[in-house]
Design a binder for this molecule. Sequence first.
Ligand SMILES: Nc1ncnc2c1ncn2[C@@H]1O[C@H](COP(=O)(O)OP(=O)(O)OP(=O)(O)O)[C@@H](O)[C@H]1O
Length: 228
Amino acid sequence: MEPLLTFRDLTKSIPGNAEKTLFADLSAEVAPGDRIAIVGPSGQGKSTFLRILALLAAADRGEISLHGKPHTEWQPRDWRSRVCYLPQHAVMLEGTVEYNLSAVSRLHKRSFERALAVELAAKLGLERIDWGKEAATLSGGEKQRIALIRALLLRPDMLLLDEPTASLDSDSRGRVEELLDAWHEREGTALIWITHDSDQAGRVSKRIWRMAGGGIRENEGENLSACL
Ligand SMILES: Nc1ncnc2c1ncn2[C@@H]1O[C@H](COP(=O)(O)OP(=O)(O)OP(=O)(O)O)[C@@H](O)[C@H]1O
């Protein structure tokens, strides 16, 4: 099967501090529908790594390809509609909940799948949310779930999830895990999921990438970094 995403020799230093390497020479392939959990101590560069995969930050060195085409040959907006990054702290657009949920359709000139948005909101325990409410006034956990629905409506090939359940109670966390599991089965979306919860990593994925010491080790075995 042709890989969905390939990266070769990805290297990144802390922005503004070229001496301090976050990670070096990372190379791996992600197949369509893969599920990968990224774990590791704070400050290792996990978020930076996902932002690079989403073309929201630039690597110092290395190449990334999507569907066999190098990132330099993609329009960033097209890339990001296929590889969608969900930040740790959800960013809401100015406007209502409905305005936020329909943003994807406006941006990508598609029709707004309202029924799907309603279905996903119910599955995430947001059935009573007021769609006319200013999104900025939602709680952190509500914003996180609205941002997830907004990303799913995009129907990306790959979702890059940066601690998507960090602001949630255990009931909502379970709902997010169940929804993403069902979505993965239904849509075949590849998921790369940062978590600090090793039990969650084991639940959501068989591939676990541990990021530490400038490299990534897969399932405590193979090192994705050639030179470390
Ligand atoms: N734009 C930036 N400017 C300066 N430093 C940055 C920038 N982005 C990230 N860093 C630094 O790079 C390091 C890695 O940050 P990153 O958020 O990628 O780590 P992380 O492994 O995701 O951490 P956590 O688990 O705490 O979320 C940190 O020391 C951070 O302060």
